[in-house]
Structures are given as C-alpha cells and as structure tokens.
Ligand binder design. Structure first.
Ligand code: NDP
Length: 480
C-alpha cells in the first residue's frame, strides 16, 4: 500500500512517530494509502528547515524565485493526468472535474504568482522638499499554511504560491482527508530543484499538526482555509500571539433569481452552482431564492434537470456527481436532510444515500437533493451543510430577497440573476458578501480580491492582496 511521506528540508521522510493513518478512497470506502500521523516534532523539524532556508530564499532575486515557480507550474501541467487521477481517487470528485478545474488551477496558481511577483512594487511618498518616504515590502518569515479537503491541490497551492513568490518559506499542512496531491507536489518540487527547506509539507491531523503550526511561537503568519469553527479556534490561539492571520472560512451562499433573468443560462448554471463537486465548494449557492412569478416553472425545470445528473463512480466519464469526501461528512449531510424534514421541509428530489453496486457498494454517495417549504431562519437555511443539498424559497420583492440572503452569519459569495443592470448593481451594493457573481458563477480572475465578510473570514487572498499579506511593509523616511 502506498505510504505518503512528509516533505521536510528537501527530503521525503517518515514521521517522527513512525505511525500512519488510513487514507480512504471515498468512492469505494476502502483504505488505499497511508498518511504520516505527524506531531509537533515533525513541525519543529519543518520549522527549523524553513527558518534556515529563509536566509537565502528571502534574498533570492524575484526573477530566480519566479523561475522556480514557473518550473513547478510546468511540471503540474506535464503531470495533469496523474494528478487528476490522484485527486479524484483521494477526494471522490469526478475525474473530469479534477482534470478541467482542480489541477489546471493549481498550475495557474504557480504561474500567476510566478509572474505576478515580477510586477509587484511598493509605494513612495514624497514630502515635497522636506523628505521622501519609501516602503519596503519584506517577506514576513516562515509562513504556516493550512488547507481543506474540498479542492485539495487547488487551495493548497493558492496559499503556497504567493508565500513562496513573496520570499517567505513555508510549513504547510494539507487536509488529512485528502493528502495525496500535496504529496505528489512535494515530488515535483524536488524535480524542479526547489532549494531544501523552502517548502515543507507535514501531513497529519488538524488538532496535532495544524495546532502545532498555529501555536508555534516563531511562525509569525498563518494562512488558513477551512471551517468557521476551526477558524475561530485558530484565531483564539494566533491573535494573542499577534500573528498575521488570513482566514477563509465557511459560507451559506444565496443564489437570487429574478423573473427577468436569462432563464436557460440561469438554469444550467444553477445546476452547477448547486451540485458541482457534490456541493462541496465553499462558493456553491445552497440557498436558492426565486421570484414568485417564475417559482413553479423553475421548480419543475430544476427538478427535471437535477434528476438527469449521473451520480456514481468518479472515474466514469459520464459521472456528474461523485462520492462525498468521507464517511463522517456523508453522515453529517444526511443528518441535515433529516433535520430539514423535522423543520417542515419537503424533499422535492433526492434526499437519500445512494447505494451503488460492486466495488463501489461501500462508497459514500448522496443523491442531489432539493428541499422546499422551509423558513429562511431555520437551521437548514442558516448552517453550512457543504453537500449536494439546496433549498428553494420564493420571494416577492427585492427587499425580501435581500433580507433572506443577508440573514445568515456568513458572507462569502452570492449569485444574482437578472437582466436589469440597475437592480443588479443595487443588490451587489447591498448584499453581505465578499464576492458577487451576476449572471454567472465561479468565473474567476486571479487578480481580484477573494474572501468573505462576517463569519466567512478575515482578509483577502488573490492578486497583490496575497503578496501584501505575505510581506510586511516597512516605511523608511529620509530627510532631504
Ligand atoms: P476544517 O476546518 O475541518 O479543516 C481545514 C484544515 O484545518 C484541515 O487541514 C484540518 O486538518 C485543519 N485543522 C483542523 N483542526 C485544526 C486545528 N485545531 N488547528 C489547526 N488546523 C486544524 O475544514 P474542512 O477541511 O472540513 O473543509 C471544509 C470547510 O472549509 C467548509 O466550511 C468550507 O466552507 C471551508 N472552505 C472555505 C473556503 C474559502 O475560501 N472561504 C474554500 C474551501 C473551503 P484535518 O483535515 O486533518 O482535520
């Protein structure tokens, strides 16, 4: 059985404990590889390597750092098939999705920051004839990067690439649920000749490895993507230590559909924004609000389209909805469907675990589920489910739609469908979200600020914002 290794100081090594955890293939429910059960000893080793490498890496010319990043991007592209297959097996997502979205985006992250750093500049502030101020942007130091399981390599590299580009060295932990592509990335970093210690990847459990990174007294910066409860815990440790903190957390995103929308475009995109990646994308629109005039038509058409989605083996070409990432998460989603029923929800389609045959009989599958008839304030409509489950609710006025959309503790993304430009601008202005998609979904320009408001996070990733995060501004004032 394949044994994943930690990547520390340029080497693939065993965890200090020599202990391993089981890694499951969610499509079959079977253990298929082993993950290092690392602890604070491994984090300490990784930190020592990163600290040592920082001396050189932080003063390596940006052109040279750029070359390493571009080389890694090219290697990811070259290994597209291998990485996509690994991601699909590890996570349960359709292979097609991994190949078209996850892995190309991981390469794009390295490419974007490999070139972005060449255009990154600091400011100067002239005090006319009195003095001149200039700002130095210096890499913060050893960065701690912690990422979730839903878009494993995509989100892991979204942190690592800007950190390395900015001149930080990194101690990173991928989710223990989906460690495989981070392991394969460490092999590619070795192939690219990335200097030892610049990137260190420590595998293992959040409360052990993640916690050791977050509470390490000499790691001054934490970039975290994951659930809001974990983010809260991390902030409680990192904030009193005055660490720089970027938190990309959960969401409960509204998808607001007005009657004047481009109906066919809306319908096909809403199918994607509801069920892509089994609904396990922090940007999915899980609360669908539909103007009453078209509610019944939408309901009929949306149910019909949802029923055409093939749920099954992620490696099958025709599969649109693969396996849920883990047994625990599978149970959590089903418990929310039960909760929805007790809250008075009517299951319009799906609503059950799906049992497949043969080698997939023990896999974790759930039918894409649509629920109606729920109050917008109930738990099903307020808490993040993070699965192939959406609710639909009619509205009569713009004010009502906004009131319901803004009613949760979250504020990550939002989707609006209308051909009325003025209305679209007004909603964009008034909605509580860091990202507003009008007449589209998941259309991404990597230069834009990415992140949420309220309990969806603190800070922004993307573009130069990430390079600002991984560098510390220092003002130098020279009297003329
Ligand atoms: P978790 O918060 O459970 O885990 C995220 C990462 O944190 C994992 O690597 C996890 O390790 C680690 N971790 C867990 N406990 C601790 C701890 N005490 N200290 C330090 N690290 C810890 O999130 P999930 O992996 O379940 O991901 C799903 C969540 O991520 C959803 O809420 C989703 O909305 C959010 N998300 C947000 C995005 C955004 O951009 N805002 C994007 C994608 C997802 P381990 O896996 O070993 O437990």
């Amino acid at each position: 059985m394949q044994q994943i290794k930690n990547y520390i100081n340029g080497q693939l090594i065993e965890p200090a404990s020599k202990a391993y955890l089981d890694n499951y293939n969610p499509a079959t429910g079977k253990v298929y590889s082993l993950i290092p059960d690392s602890d604070e000893k491994d984090v300490e080793l990784a930190y020592a390597a990163a600290k040592n490498a920082f001396k050189e890496w932080s003063i390596t010319p940006k052109e040279k750092r750029s070359q390493y990043l571009l080389k890694i991007a090219a290697l990811i592209e070259k290994n597209l098939d291998k990485l996509s297959l690994a991601e699909s097996i590890d996570n349960g997502k359709p292979l097609k999705l991994a190949k078209s979205i996850d892995i190309p985006r991981a390469a794009a992250n390295f490419h974007f920051y490999g070139t972005g750093i060449l255009h990154y500049a600091a400011h100067a502030h002239s005090m006319e004839e009195t003095a001149i101020n200039y700002t130095l942007r210096q890499p913060v130091g050893v960065a701690g990067c912690i990422s979730p399981w839903n878009l494993p390599l995509y989100l892991f590299t979204w942190k690592i690439a800007p950190a390395l580009a900015a001149g930080c060295t990194v101690v990173a932990k991928p989710s223990e649920v989906t460690p495989m592509t981070a392991f394969l990335l460490s092999e590619l970093c070795i192939e690219a000749g990335l200097p030892a210690g610049v990137l260190n990847i420590v595998h293992g459990l959040g409360p052990k490895v993640g916690n050791a990174i977050v509470s390490h007294k000499d790691i001054p910066l934490i970039s975290f993507t994951g659930g809001t409860a974990t983010g809260k815990h991390i902030a409680s440790i990192a904030a009193p230590m005055f660490k720089k903190l970027s938190l990309e957390l959960g969401g409960k995103n509204p998808n607001i559909i007005f009657a004047d929308c481009n109906y066919e475009k809306m319908l096909s995109t809403t199918l994607l924004s509801s069920f892509s990646n089994q609904g396990q994308i922090c940007l999915c629109g899980s609360r669908i609000f539909v103007e009453r005039k078209i509610y019944e038509k939408f309901k009929t058409d949306f149910i019909a389209k949802t029923k055409t989605l093939n749920v099954g083996d992620p490696l099958n070409e025709n599969t649109k909805v693969g396996a849920i990432v883990s047994k625990t998460h599978h149970e959590k989603i089903l418990s929310y469907i039960d909760l929805a029923k007790t809250e008075g929800g009517k299951i319009l389609c799906g609503g059950k675990a799906l049992k497949l045959n043969g080698e997939h009989a023990d896999g974790y599958y759930i039918e894409p589920t649509i629920i109606e008839g729920l109050d917008y304030k109930c738990r099903t409509n307020q808490e993040e489910i993070f699965g192939p489950v959406v609710t639909i609710t009619p509205f009569d006025t713009e004010e009502e739609a906004l009131k319901m959309a803004n009613s949760t503790i979250y504020g990550l993304a939002s989707i609006v469908w209308t051909e009325n430009l003025t209305l679209a601008h007004r909603i964009a202005n008034n909605i509580h979200a860091g990202i507003v998609w009008i007449n589209c979904w998941l259309l991404r320009d990597l230069r834009t600020p990415f992140g949420g408001v309220k309990a969806s996070g603190v800070g922004r990733e993307g573009g130069f914002e990430a390079l600002d995060f991984f560098t510390e501004p220092k003002n130098v004032c020279i009297k003329l």
